[in-house]
Write a new protein. Sequence first.
Length: 341
Amino acid sequence: MEYRQLGASGLRIPVLSYGTATFGGGNEFFKAWGNTQVEEARRLIGVCLEAGVNLFDTANGYSDGKAEEILGRALAGRRQDVLISTKATFPTGPGPNDYGSSRLHLMRACEDSLRRLGTDYIDIYHMHGFDAHTPIEETLRTLDQLVQSGKVRYIACSNFSGWHLMKSLSVSERYGWARYVGHQAYYSLAHREFEWELLPLAQAEGVGTIVWSPLSAGLLSGKIRRGQPIPESSRLAQGGGQGPQVPDERLFAIVDVLDELARETEKTVPQVALNWLLQRPTVVNLVIGARNEEQLRQNLGAAGWNLTAEQVARLDAVSATTPIYPYWHQQRFPMLGHVGM
């Protein structure tokens, strides 16, 4: 398994991590993702470790904390061999302070995650979303205190816009506090908006990209095809999809090229789609999910090989979209050279 540096940090992580949103099935939304319980989780974690995948991604909002609990129990006795990534900010209860990035909520959320995970430290602690109601200084000072206390090793963010991330990095630099070394973001062949601003920002500021939903909630799984109904067993059919709709013809054109490359490389459609992402600038890790061992082993096969430059170019071309303003205007500047624009 290939390991890459996480942004401007000394931490090296595998290019694939195992996402645990499929653990627990705690409500109707997450049941569409999966319902993995402790024994199966332990077996799937073993498959990951055999393949060199030692980073496990979760969140306190997955199935109301059940995913963290199941991960913690499944990792019992293996903590020294693994890296754990979890998240906070989404609601954990009905109260006015049960969400967000305030000092009160983050301190409580971190302690609750540590308890559920059965550990005394978190390797990568993400802000799951940006809290516009809490001063950035309050959030980052709290995160720095968690790092200084040893309860958190590295901090990262998720689903930030460009100005959210840039402002946060500036505040950390001003006060000498821990800075975000990673950004977990939505990015795939079907949804390339990440490239318009967040990718060049990550390049310039040394922020590693961890990609969530790299198959766009199953759109790029190879199961969604022209003239065929969506399989009833798929996450999309069961109401677990995320992200904006993709025009049918654009999606089917991308899948057509993925089919061609799957035949050329003797890989599967998902493996080709994931491998394309592994060759994008700033991408350090892909969070792969799986509801069973077959899916997991297939996704693990996305690493350890590379599409050719010509094959990457074919996927670039078929998945290209016209960016919104001001990015289409910026394309006119000579030698700007933004990836994918």
